[in-house]
Design a protein. Structure first.
Lengths: 237, 112
């Protein structure tokens, strides 16, 4: 009996329904990717809506996108790419079983993620002050009678100016869902940092860190597409 | 309890084997490429390529996304199952978008 037990000796993190840790890790990674694919379909629906409405109400989408700050958008893109790098290095530290390094990289990721959300909050606040929030605080004034600040913009007829609400609705839906994913990510990071400090992911079991890394990089990819589509491509029209 | 003793060979996750670890140098190169890609896409948005502006922007974005997926998300170093899963997902996504677009294009584009 004792020998039979010894034969089945296993790591504490190996669940009994898996044969080996490798199988467990593969299944876990597979499951994480399936989840991310549902996320791709979810954001993909929003992107498709954006594509169709942009062709539909083109002049409204052009002036709408001119209201965004390219500087803040570029800054946030850089911040998010940096956070993806620190996350990748975190996974690496976990593979090398370096506890303090792992905690350091995770904290860096947390800080960068928070900076991104902070900048996003500044942008949202500006939208509110300029009356560009459909349904809550919206005015077509700036699009029908452009102020001196935007005098290069051609004034839009009333019906098209109303359609800028479609642009801003999609802007808030897409960046809002992205920001929600960031908030969830940052919250999970807080837990991961505490557990990493206690040494949970540096003893040969780093699946949790790897899967969180996949999630974080996915959120980065969504932004890589949001940034040019919302901020950049209508620059010249 | 002998059954809870970790078997170094069987029970630790295999990423600490050298062939699975992506070196920080690779991450650094990809990181730099992503930042350069961001700079190019912003610069390109100030140039006037007419209808090609969105195409250039999306081309750069796709390149950046592929770099993130292959290297940061380790798909290049993953099992065939993972590669197939990712590829199948994107393929399905493209099919869905194409079908929606075919519908819209066939309805007097621009004349609603």
């Amino acid at each position: 009996m004792h020998d039979a037990h010894a034969e089945h000796a296993h790591a504490p993190h190996l669940r009994h329904h898996f044969e080996t840790v490798e199988q467990q890790r593969e299944a876990s990674s597979f499951g994480m990717w399936l989840f991310l694919l549902t996320e791709i379909m979810f954001f993909g629906g929003l992107f498709t809506a954006y594509l169709i409405y942009r062709n539909w109400y083109y002049p409204a989408f052009v002036v709408g996108s001119h209201q965004l700050s390219i500087f803040l958008g570029t800054f946030n893109t850089a911040v998010l790419i940096c956070s993806s790098f620190t996350m990748a290095m975190g996974v690496h530290a976990s593979e090398l079983r370096k506890r303090k390094e792992l905690v350091g990289w995770l904290v860096a990721t947390l800080v960068l993620g928070s900076v991104f959300l902070g900048v996003k909050a500044i942008e949202y606040h500006e939208k509110w002050e300029k009356h560009h929030v459909p349904g809550l605080n919206f005015s077509v004034q700036e699009f029908t009678h452009p102020s001196d600040k935007y005098k290069e913009e051609p004034p839009l007829p009333m019906d098209m100016a109303q359609k800028t609400q479609v642009y801003f609705s999609l802007y808030f839906a897409m960046t809002g869902m992205h920001a929600l994913h960031m908030i969830i990510g940052v919250s999970i990071l807080l837990v991961l940092i505490a557990k990493a400090w206690a040494g949970h992911y540096t003893t040969g079991h780093m699946t949790t860190i790897e899967n969180f890394g996949l999630y974080w990089h996915f959120v980065d990819i969504v932004w890589i597409f949001l940034f040019p589509l919302l901020y950049l491509i209508s620059r010249h029209q | 309890m002998s059954e809870h003793k970790v078997n170094e060979v069987l029970d630790t996750e295999p990423t600490h084997h050298s062939e699975h670890i992506v070196s920080p140098k690779v991450y650094g190169v990809i990181f730099a490429a992503l930042l350069v890609g961001t700079a190019i896409t912003v610069a390109a948005s100030y140039a006037n390529f007419g209808i090609f502006n969105p195409i250039v922007a999306l081309g750069i974005a796709c390149t950046k996304a592929v770099l993130v997926i292959l290297f940061f998300m380790h798909v290049k170093y993953s099992s065939r199952l993972t590669k197939l899963t990712v590829a199948a997902g994107f393929f399905t996504f493209i099919v869905l978008i194409t079908m929606s677009m075919t519908d819209y294009i066939s309805r007097a584009w621009g004349l609603w």
